[in-house]
Design a protein around this ligand. Structure first.
Ligand SMILES: Nc1ncnc2c1ncn2[C@@H]1O[C@H](COP(=O)(O)OP(=O)(O)OP(=O)(O)O)[C@@H](O)[C@H]1O
Ligand SMILES: [Mg+2]
Length: 353
């Protein structure tokens, strides 16, 4: 079998630009050298060659020099409201294959209100919402307190804490102003789903003639062929009920190693089926590729009805602690195998394997 040259594309925290007025969590989404090194080791252990290239403005030069057969892309980008789509856009311009979702899907998935409009149109369950460009916009009649306020285009729960749950117009106004001013983007206000926190990881691609639309007929067969579902993971938030209530930035960054991750989550088979189907449906309507993680809340007030919060087409791949890696481990899939499964999905898609 031919040895492939694989360029590992990511944005390292240590290489991230610094600028005046930068907030403490500005680069929480970016990757550590440890993560990048573990991915390179994984690719080498699969018998291929690889090199790390920073996914920034140096890339056009470095990639033309390295001439990879394929890129393992998980660049989050630095600036701009479609920053996760910038590297894929460049790669398409240069006609270089890459793993993971393409330009449109990454741009859409980074923008939670746009994602929710698509889910809503497909009648996929996601909390009712309103996007606030200004803090003094009137609240829509269909939204009832308690509500949840978050940035429209961030990850790693940036801007999310116990204060994100608001109970009055004053609290709403204060939190929406905080998000707009600090993150320089619209605030997304949603119905607050009180309940459990579950996430579903999947690897692969739907096979067959897959339209982006969901079947209109609810009785149509649920086609999921080609996707490999990892076991659902639940984050046990009970110990943090009074301090955080939700999977906050503090829990993801400062306390990541202390949390109790339940994997496989203790939920019944029918609900796992439903979550897998919903995750596949989101993957499908968003046009995602190769890998994704779909985050859910299960409503404690409505028989654990699942609500889709978001899709992460570039899920964290930190060895040991990333959600997707925990899910894989629960399925006896180690980090290196997971990385090579994602690479394989990309290679197959391009007909390189
Ligand atoms: N409508 C909601 N109701 C209840 N909790 C919510 C809601 N929206 C978000 N949360 C809480 O905030 C957390 C982070 O939200 P979300 O997944 O949208 O943000 P993120 O920063 O993009 O996450 P990630 O780190 O997965 O990229 C959720 O895991 C959940 O605990
Ligand atoms: Mg999330």
């Amino acid at each position: 079998m031919k040895i492939l040259k694989v360029a590992v594309l990511a944005n390292l925290k240590v290489n991230a630009p610094k600028f005046e007025g930068m907030s403490e969590d500005q680069w929480d989404d970016l990757d550590s050298e440890k993560t990048v090194n573990s991915i390179m080791e994984a690719i080498r252990s699969g018998g291929n060659e690889c090199e790390f290239l920073e996914g920034d403005s140096t890339l056009p030069t470095t990639i033309t020099k390295y001439k990879p057969d394929i890129c393992f892309n998980f660049s989050e980008g630095h600036f701009g409201d479609s920053r996760e789509a910038q590297v894929p856009a460049l790669l398409e311009m240069l006609r270089i294959p890459y793993t993971g979702s393409r330009v449109l899907s990454l741009a859409l998935a980074l923008d939670k209100p746009m994602t929710k409009r698509i889910l809503w149109w497909h009648e996929l369950p996601t909390p009712a919402f309103q996007e606030f460009d200004r803090a003094d916009e009137a609240l829509n009649d269909d939204l009832k307190f308690p509500l949840f306020v978050k940035p429209s285009r961030e990850g790693t729960s940036m801007g999310i804490s116990a204060k994100s749950v608001v109970n009055t117009e004053d609290e709403l106004h204060e939190q929406v102003s905080y998000i707009i001013n600090k993150y320089k983007q619209p605030a997304l206000v949603e119905d607050y789903i009180e309940g459990r926190e579950v996430t579903i990881g999947l690897v692969g691609n739907l096979v067959g003639p897959v339209a982006r639309r969901m079947p209109i007929n609810p009785d149509a067969p649920r086609v999921q062929a080609g996707l490999y579902f990892l076991p659902p993971m639940e984050v046990d938030l009970k110990p943090y009920k009074l301090t955080d209530a939700v999977y906050s930035n503090r829990l993801k960054v400062a306390l990541a190693e202390e949390l109790d991750y339940l994997c496989p989550a203790p939920i019944d088979e029918d609900l796992v089926d439903e979550l897998n189907w919903l995750a596949a449906a989101v993957f499908r309507v968003m046009g995602a590729n190769d890998v994704s993680r779909v985050d859910f809340r299960l409503d404690a007030t409505d028989n654990w009805k699942p609500y889709i919060l978001e899709i992460n087409p570039l899920p964290g791949l930190a060895p040991v602690i990333s959600d997707l890696v925990i899910e894989a481990r629960a399925d006896n899939i180690d980090h290196a195998t997971l990385v090579n499964m994602i690479l394989d999905a990309g290679l197959k898609r391009y007909g390189l394997k």
